[in-house]
Design a protein. Structure first.
Length: 408
């Protein structure tokens, strides 16, 4: 039989058992949905992370206290609030500034505060930050309107885009407005551009006041001369690995601890890349396992349907062999049927998968649907169908025509 004849014959056979065929491909549909959604979301998350890591760059570092219980006091774009087993102080800042290769150092404290505007009251996290921080991160925290505060200013505030436009509902804050923080009036001097990535929500909601004002606001929760977060920018030609060792030695000496028992964490771009890479690798393995399970279920469904089809069509197979059909022709008919089932399941799975991605995207979940994912979905589904149908097809091809014609 010619290839086009095999395809037409297989297609006619599937149409006569359409309900069972559609039930069979549900497993493939689920498998393809898993492949498309999981792969697209995984790649979307990785692209978002790489975009933000590009803003971090090799010329920036952080120093944060270690979290109690051995955790780290850093959460990607900034410090994590929580119990710490160590503390940083002004003397640590001075020690870092003395390290060769350090261009600038910004201190920060942070905490929850009461905010008031136009009679509305909310509670939010605010950062008391040195003004040099905005210079360090100029390629990430860019101004939309107004300006950043200077080192000698007091009772002024710079707002992230969401902090200005969403904190008080319909009442948006603008440059020149007064924001009441813990009962004190702060004048808004700048609004930052929206960063807009799915991983920047905390940064878009950030509220910055001068460092000295932050120390005053959170005096009750800070030790004398305590600093909760230190941002470092390196001079041209230096990377984190060039200065990390010296910074760690100086701070360990200040804290009177061994480097193996340090109560602080120096965070470099290399550390973030390694940490994120390990997390993504673990996630990829987990998601791949889910995909394999879905694929296995789909393949078993097709195989079961093909076995049933072979049993129902024993006499038909006998007739085909009696009129001259070779084993290869019978094999190709059934493999083609299973391949078509897989391909149809791939098309349906792709359509549903894209719809799911659109819904996830509307809720801020990053995804990246690449052409190779679409092509892989088609090839993957058809291949699963072919592999699952091979054993039933081989069984049909090996039947004795005489016995097949006698079968009832």
């Amino acid at each position: 039989m010619k290839t086009d004849e095999v395809v037409k014959y297989a297609w006619r056979s599937l149409r006569t058992t359409s309900l069972r065929s559609y039930l069979t491909i549900i497993g493939i549909v689920i498998g393809v949905i898993a492949v498309v959604v999981i792969t697209s979301v995984s790649e979307g998350v990785q692209r978002e992370i790489n975009t933000q890591l590009a803003a971090f760059g090799t010329d920036k570092m952080f120093v944060v206290p270690s979290m109690a219980g051995g955790g780290r006091g850093f959460g990607g774009g900034g410090p994590i609030q929580g119990a710490t087993q160590g503390k940083l102080f002004e003397r640590d800042v001075s020690s870092i500034e003395s390290v060769n290769g350090v261009k600038s150092v910004a201190r920060a404290v942070y905490g929850r505060a009461s905010l008031g505007f136009k009679g509305k009251q909310v509670t939010a996290t605010i950062f008391g930050m040195d003004s040099v921080f905005f210079g360090q991160w100029g390629n990430y925290v860019e101004l939309e309107t107004g300006r950043t505060y200077t080192e000698n200013e007091h009772r002024v505030v710079v707002l992230g885009n969401d902090a200005a436009k969403k904190t008080f509902g319909k009442d948006e804050l603008g440059v020149g407005n007064i924001l009441v923080i813990n009962g004190k009036d702060y004048r808004v001097v700048g609004i930052l551009k929206k960063i807009g990535t799915s991983l920047s929500a905390a940064d878009d909601s950030s509220i910055y006041i001068p460092f000295d004002d932050g120390k005053e606001e959170f005096a009750s929760q800070l030790s004398k001369n305590e600093v909760q977060f230190i941002s470092i920018q390196l001079a041209d030609g230096f990377t984190g690995s060039d200065v990390q060792g010296e910074i760690e030695q100086k701070l360990a000496s200040n804290h009177k601890v061994k480097l193996d028992d340090e109560d602080f964490m120096v965070v470099t771009s290399d550390y973030i890349n390694q940490t994120i890479g390990a997390l993504l690798s673990t996630l990829a393995i987990f998601l791949f396992a889910i995909t394999l399970i879905a694929t296995f279920v789909g393949g078993i469904g097709i195989m079961n349907t093909m076995f049933m089809g072979v049993l129902e069509r024993v006499q038909e197979i006998g007739i085909l062999k009696a009129v001259g059909a070779a084993e290869r022709d019978i094999l190709m008919i059934f493999i083609t049927e299973s391949g078509i089932l897989g391909f149809i399941g791939g098309v349906m799975g792709l359509v549903v998968g894209v719809l799911i991605l659109l819904v996830l995207g509307a809720f801020g979940v990053p995804y990246w649907l690449r052409l190779r994912i679409i092509l892989f979905a088609f090839v993957f589904s058809a291949l699963v169908g072919i592999v699952a149908g091979f054993i039933p097809a081989r069984q049909a091809a090996k039947m004795d025509p005489v016995d097949a014609l006698r079968y009832e």
